[in-house]
Design a protein around this ligand. Structure first.
Ligand code: SF4
Length: 179
């Protein structure tokens, strides 16, 4: 039974591979929402975007790119620049990206959204899922609060990345994670 569209905030092709596959298998029509103003520098942003966009084209999945606005991100995390990875800066980074995704879903009449961020073993899934749920409740939407790394999700997405030959970055994304 088709479940309709699900808006998937995606950070890169490697993390998205399994999430797209799983949601489609569950009967959703995945729509990719690429909003990652955290990524530094611009060349890296374009690299991750193009890799995912090409894969979306190949899989016939709708791909939406939000404006790249790094100043919006810098303003949002102001004061938390020296936080360690997995700290308060990351929580704000999740909040910004998920609230923008939810706003797009609301405007475009997509009732459910989720994110690929929980597939990473380097990120705090509890915070990601509770942030998404709160943002959805505030807008009367549904957040698919799934920890995608579970049930071998991380392993499976790595297998897809290997088969597809995806580019794999060696840092999370922002300037501070390059340190
Ligand atoms: S380390 Fe990653 S999640 Fe944390 S603020 Fe930087 S880009 Fe965002």
């Amino acid at each position: 039974m088709p479940k309709g569209e699900i808006l998937i905030h995606a950070c890169c092709a490697t993390c998205a591979g399994y999430v797209l596959h799983k949601t489609a298998q569950e009967g959703y029509i995945p729509v990719i929402y690429y909003y990652n103003p955290n990524i530094f520098p611009l060349a890296e942003y374009k690299l991750r975007r193009d890799e995912l966009k090409n894969y979306a084209q190949k899989q016939k999945i709708r791909f939406i790119e939000e404006n790249y606005n790094p100043e919006e991100w810098s303003d949002f995390i102001k004061g938390l620049e020296s936080e360690p990875e997995r700290g308060l800066r990351c929580n704000k980074c999740f909040e910004l990206r998920l609230s923008k995704t939810a706003d797009f879903a609301l405007k475009n009449n997509i009732k459910i959204f989720t994110t690929t961020l929980s597939i990473s073993p380097h990120k705090n899934s509890k915070i990601i899922l509770s942030t998404g749920t709160k943002i959805a409740e505030e807008r009367d939407l549904i957040f698919l609060a799934e920890d995608f790394k579970k049930q071998d999700g991380f392993k499976k997405t790595m297998e897809i990345a290997k088969i597809e030959g995806f580019y794999r970055q060696n840092y999370c994304g922002c300037f501070y994670s390059l340190r």
